[in-house]
Structure formats: structure tokens, C-alpha cells
Design a protein around this ligand. Structure first.
Ligand code: MG
Length: 292
């Protein structure tokens, strides 16, 4: 009997203890109340600055209005977008762009071998001269938006990397330009790739003989005191209106052989590649850039 009483008393104590424990508030300060601030009985603490008007001391806090989060300064500069050129089926440069090629001359370009750029300008179009080698801009650029159009000749011969190969090199970083229409090659070297690094998301190539376009957004890297990347370069590429590289990190210069080394520059001449394969040269037009 005494033993039963003892068991019943123990059970009752345990039930009472567990009920009391469950009734305890959760650990840590309640949300919306600063740690250490006194909690007043019966005062509801607002969940956020926007969510309530009553302060822990019971006084009214200033009420947020829509106007408090509407700013009028600084005003972004006005830019007039390019107008549509119906004849060439393309859009002109915006008013704040630097025109790198408008169809008439190569004043903004030079040969990487020294001297003037020796590529062919005719009928508003710039065509690669493979014997003359690569050309590059005279100016250097850091963060930028760039647009250019290019066309692989209709009926071009060759295959893989030897068919319509060119490229935009931002210093040592090559964004591949290549015939991508029914022309298999290693996918991290296909059109729209960061050469030997990043495969494009999709392949929106048009057939030979049709004009295509690239719109790029490039963010230059930053470096630490040892000359290593603090932040790597980044690229977004829109090809024929389709995103193929979405804010992709570039891990180093795009070498043909080997691991990508660090390029310690943060501004670059922009280079158009004269690839050494025997296929017919491709053409460019409507090249412009905006510094960001
Ligand atoms: Mg190339």
C-alpha cells in the first residue's frame, strides 16, 4: 500500500514537472524586442519597423509612409536608345556609347603586330584579314556593356574549331565566336563559351550567311596585394537575344593548353581574333561599347 502511494506521488510529481516545463517560454529574447530591454506585461511588441506603430514603452512610434521610401536623387542620366535600322535589321547604338565600328573606318582599332588595323572594310562591314593577324581597340576598358554583330559566310567549309573561328578577347579572356550551326566541337570551346572554361547554357546559332549578335556585360576583377583575384572577372552574354552566359565567373585567362593563369590587369584592350584555320573569314558590323 505504502509502495503504491509512493509510486502515485512520484507519477503526479513528474506530470506536474513536465507540464510546467512545457509552459516555459522558448529560449532567447522574443522577436522584435531588443535583448535586455524590459518586457512589459500586456504590451504587444511590434514584429518589425514596418509592421506596427506601438513601442515597448507604450508610446506611438512614427508611422512609416510610402513617401519615406521614395527617393528623387541621384537622377540617372538620360540615354537615347538606338533606333532600328530597317535595311540592316538591327538596332543602332545608344547615345552614350563609344562607337568602335560604324561601317566606315577602323580609327578605333590597331594591329596587335603594330601599326594600323589591316582588316577589310567594305559595304559597311568589317571582314577578318587572317594574314594581317588580330586587331585590338586603341582604348582600354574595365567594366562595360558591348554589342557587336557577326556573320559566318554562307557555304563556309571546314569543321569544328576550323569553321568560322574568331573571338572577342577581353585582354586574355576569350569569349568564343565560331560557326555554331550544325558544327559540333568540344562544348567548352563552342560559340558562346568562355573558351575552355564555361559551356553556354544553350545554342541559339543562326545558319551561315545570316547576321547574328552578341550583347555582353563584363565586370573587371579586383586583386589583393599578392596579385591574386580578390573578385574574379564576370561575364553575361546574350547571343541572338538569348542568355547563354549568366553572370559567369571567369577563373583566369583562356589558355589553349593548361590551367588558366591570373591576368593581373583590370582594364583591357578588346581584341578580335584572326584565327589561323583555312576557312573563309567572318565579318563584323555595328560594334559599340558603353563603360559602366
Ligand atoms: Mg576563337
Amino acid at each position: 500500500m505504502r509502495k503504491n502511494l509512493l509510486l502515485a506521488a512520484t507519477a503526479a510529481f513528474l506530470m506536474l514537472f513536465s507540464a510546467t516545463s512545457l509552459a516555459q517560454p522558448p529560449q532567447g529574447p522574443p522577436q522584435g524586442r531588443p535583448q535586455g530591454a524590459p518586457q512589459q506585461q500586456g504590451v504587444r511588441t511590434p514584429p518589425s519597423r514596418l509592421g506596427g506603430t506601438q513601442q515597448p514603452n507604450g508610446q506611438e512610434a512614427p508611422r512609416m509612409t510610402a513617401e519615406m521610401t521614395e527617393f528623387y536623387d541621384p537622377v540617372p542620366p538620360t540615354v537615347t536608345p538606338g533606333s532600328f535600322d530597317a535595311k540592316n535589321q538591327n538596332w543602332g547604338a545608344p547615345s552614350d556609347a563609344i562607337i568602335l565600328f560604324d561601317g566606315t573606318n577602323l580609327d578605333e582599332w590597331e594591329s596587335v603586330r603594330g601599326g594600323e588595323a589591316q582588316w577589310t572594310v567594305a559595304n559597311g562591314v568589317l571582314t577578318v584579314n587572317k594574314r594581317a593577324g588580330d586587331i585590338r581597340t586603341k582604348r582600354e576598358f574595365g567594366d562595360f556593356q558591348m554589342h557587336f554583330e557577326w556573320c559566318v559566310p554562307e557555304g563556309i567549309q571546314g569543321s569544328g574549331q576550323s569553321r568560322g573561328n574568331s573571338g572577342l578577347k577581353i585582354g586574355g579572356y576569350e569569349i568564343q565566336v565560331l560557326d555554331g550551326y550544325d558544327n559540333p566541337t568540344y562544348v567548352n570551346g563552342m560559340v558562346g563559351s568562355v573558351y575552355k572554361q564555361t559551356i553556354p547554357l544553350v545554342n541559339p546559332s543562326r545558319p551561315n550567311g545570316e547576321w547574328q549578335y552578341y550583347d555582353l556585360i563584363f565586370t573587371a576583377p579586383t586583386f589583393n596585394k599578392l596579385g591574386q583575384y580578390k573578385t574574379k572577372p564576370r561575364i553575361t552574354l546574350i547571343y541572338n537575344g538569348v542568355v547563354v552566359l549568366n553572370d559567369v565567373e571567369i577563373i583566369g585567362t583562356t589558355s589553349y593548353i593548361g590551367i588558366p593563369p591570373v591576368d593581373q590587369n583590370s582594364t583591357y584592350k578588346l581584341l578580335l581574333q584572326a584565327h589561323g584555320d583555312p576557312s573563309e573569314p567572318i565579318s563584323f558590323r555595328n560594334i559599340w561599347i558603353r563603360e559602366l
